[in-house]
Design a protein around this ligand. Structure first.
Ligand SMILES: [Zn+2]
Length: 430
């Protein structure tokens, strides 16, 4: 159902707007893709003939922004568990990825979309192969996404040209402006100097984001050090990658100079706590980066290293890991973490007017049911959202002013059929 005008009434609102803060009982009026009004108390205008959601007992908040994922990797969820990282990649993940055909990518993406929407993610920053198939997998889900074709290894020229072609494909198919593209060089260690330089130039030419893995493991640092006698961050500067708008996933092993460069170049750091813990990569110095006013956002990474796409879990783990690392439970509040998962994500992706519930902003809204045992009582809404909720409380999802999930049910998506067919497909073809 497409609703051009919509009203959410009688609801608790976490606006993430500094001026308005939280509204105990209020309304959100939506017209087309934008929020027209966020107010306290009752909405007094005529509401005849428009979709009205009674938000009593719910909390409306901005949709979560997953800034680093590989959606179709749902296909590899739980595959080859328990192996050391390089053995796992070389013997399990990469050989299986080479077998993937278009149909695999499409189905894997569909499952990812259902999982993300059910746990409150409305925007994703995706990096993977066969992006036109990812787009097909995303059809009907109405998600907001930045799509980047992975550029890695020897075949980078072809992949770079695919990345440029993707821009035209997205432009033609674009679903009400929901899709954008980026350039996604895999990492400083997995591409030649020339390849990194060419990608940097292309991104500059097309004025697009670069989405890249940076300083994830100590192995990566050793490879770059041996080859260039510099850090991966320094290599990003040398190749011109850092002269673009960059979202850098992981940033686990940074020295002080790297952090200074990241600040100077205004690079957004994507924190992926569960992936870093699961793969035993290490702990990024997030609190110090926040102290430096570096834009830190949040991502799940792919499901083979997480093993889900649940941003509620990620927010909780994100705070806990920093508390443990700094042995200090006071440095990163749950409100700050929610900001990282919303406003900072929007900023990282250059998506203005997103991540806050405010007049003139895009209507990307989720509503969580507060009448759940794990959310009672509510002394502190931010604490409940970050530490107590698990994503299953999400019962309404609105993206770009369109209702995608209504009272726990998908509107245009046959969820049961997709889950059944995907399960059957995975059993038969993997
Ligand atoms: Zn990744």
């Amino acid at each position: 159902m497409i609703s051009l005008k919509m009203l959410i009434k009688n609801t608790f609102i976490v606006t993430m707007d500094q001026e308005k803060g939280n509204i105990e009982k209020g309304y959100i009026y939506i017209e087309d893709e934008k929020i027209r009004e966020v107010g306290i108390g009752e909405y007094n205008e005529e509401v005849k003939g428009i979709k009205v959601i009674n938000g009593e007992g719910y909390c409306a908040m901005p949709g979560l922004i997953n800034c680093h994922t590989h959606a179709s990797m749902t296909l590899l969820r739980g595959y080859g568990e328990g192996l050391p990282l390089m053995k796992w990649l070389n013997e399990k993940i990469w050989p299986m990825e080479r077998k993937f055909e278009e149909k695999h990518i499409k189905i894997g993406t569909g499952i990812a979309c259902i999982e993300m929407l059910r746990s409150g993610t409305t925007t994703l920053n995706d990096m993977y192969f066969m992006m036109p198939e990812v787009m097909k997998g995303m059809e009907n889900f109405n998600m907001r996404a930045m799509l980047g074709t992975t550029i890695i290894g020897q075949n980078w020229e072809k992949q770079l040209s695919d990345a440029i072609d993707l821009k035209e494909i997205v432009k033609k198919k674009n679903n009400r402006g929901l899709l954008t593209t980026s350039f996604a060089p895999h990492s400083p260690y997995s591409l030649s100097f020339e390849a990194l330089r060419e990608v940097a130039q292309a991104a500059k030419q097309y004025k697009e984001n670069i989405h890249i893995h940076v300083s994830e493991t100590t192995d990566e640092l050793d490879i770059v050090k041996q080859k260039y006698n510099m850090t991966p961050v320094e290599l990003m500067v040398k190749t011109g990658i850092a002269d673009n708008k960059v979202t850098a996933a992981h940033c686990v092993h940074l020295n002080n100079k790297d952090i200074k460069i990241i600040k100077e170049k205004d690079i957004s750091v994507i924190y992926n706590p569960q992936s870093n813990m699961k793969l035993a990569s290490g702990t990024p110095r997030i609190i110090e980066m926040l102290d430096e006013n570096i834009n830190v956002c949040l991502g799940t990474d792919g499901t083979s290293s997480n093993n889900n796409l649940n941003m509620f879990e990620e927010m909780e783990t994100g705070v806990m890991l920093q508390n443990l690392f700094y042995k200090d439970a006071t440095r990163i509040s749950s409100e700050k973490m929610l900001k990282i998962a919303t406003i900072n994500g929007a900023k990282a992706l250059g998506l203005e007017k997103l991540g806050v519930l405010k007049e003139g902003y895009f209507a990307d809204i989720i509503m969580i049911n507060l009448n759940k045992p794990n959310l009672i009582p509510c002394h502190d809404i931010y604490s409940n959202i970050v530490f107590s909720a698990n994503g299953s409380e999400v019962e309404y999802v609105i993206i770009n002013g369109k209702i995608v999930m209504d009272n726990g049910e998908f509107v245009d998506i046959d969820e049961e059929r997709i889950l059944y067919e995907s399960n059957k497909f995975f059993k038969e073809s993997i």
